[in-house]
Design a binder for this molecule. Structure first.
Ligand code: IMP
Ligand code: MG
Length: 182
């Protein structure tokens, strides 16, 4: 049984770790897109907290947009089928797009999204993910900017959920296999 309380003891990364990493990557992104415009696209809902830390630390003329794509049901395993449930509100033709993701697992979602976005004629499409779980990759996909690599655990907190819970944890934690009901 998952705990009913919205607190967990196992901290993988603290809020400070995440903010330090956002600063490091924000500076790198600022440098890489110097003199250029940027549309930062967050994937709902998981990437919202990471995106807010990151954009505060990017010193560029940028716009924010959001997309919602789902490849998961309410459990913890990917269905392999991706649907865009909320599309961008902006035109990305000839724009630099930076997709901000919470975690890359099998790679299915971002592989699909980058392909879809590239059909719209953007100047570039890059990926900045808070977490990467490379051991579970099913389609080849490498993020351009990466926060932390994690083992094959089910991660929660800082935007990441289990059945819509734990998104508001101010740190990154994980569920023990016994906590997960498939
Ligand atoms: P992918 O398509 O398999 O790469 O899955 C990407 C999406 O699945 C992520 O954006 C998350 O929303 C979700 N996901 C993957 N692994 C985890 C996890 O460990 N905890 C919570 N959500 C996850
Ligand atoms: Mg996500």
């Amino acid at each position: 049984m998952a705990e009913e309380k919205n607190t967990m003891g196992k901290v993988l990364f603290t809020e400070q770790d995440i903010c330090d990493k956002a600063k490091e990557l924000g500076e790198q992104i600022t440098h890489d897109y110097q003199g250029d415009e940027l549309i930062v696209v967050g994937t709902l809902k998981g990437a919202v907290m990471w995106m807010s830390e990151l954009v505060k630390r990017i010193d560029l003329d940028l716009k924010m947009d959001f997309v919602s794509a789902s490849s998961y049901g309410s459990g913890t395993t990917s269905s392999g089928v991706v649907k865009i449930t909320k599309d961008l509100s902006m035109d990305i033709y000839q724009k630099n797009v930076l997709i901000v993701e919470d975690i890359i697992d099998t790679g299915t979602t971002l592989n699909f999204l980058t392909k879809k976005f590239k059909e719209r004629g953007p100047k570039s499409v890059k990926i900045c993910t808070m977490l990467d779980k490379p051991s579970r990759r099913r389609v080849p996909l490498a993020p351009d900017y990466k926060g932390f690599t994690v083992d094959d655990l089910f991660i929660v907190g800082y935007g990441l959920d289990y059945d819509q819970k734990y998104r508001n944890l101010p740190y990154i934690s994980y569920l023990e296999p016994g906590d997960i009901q498939e």
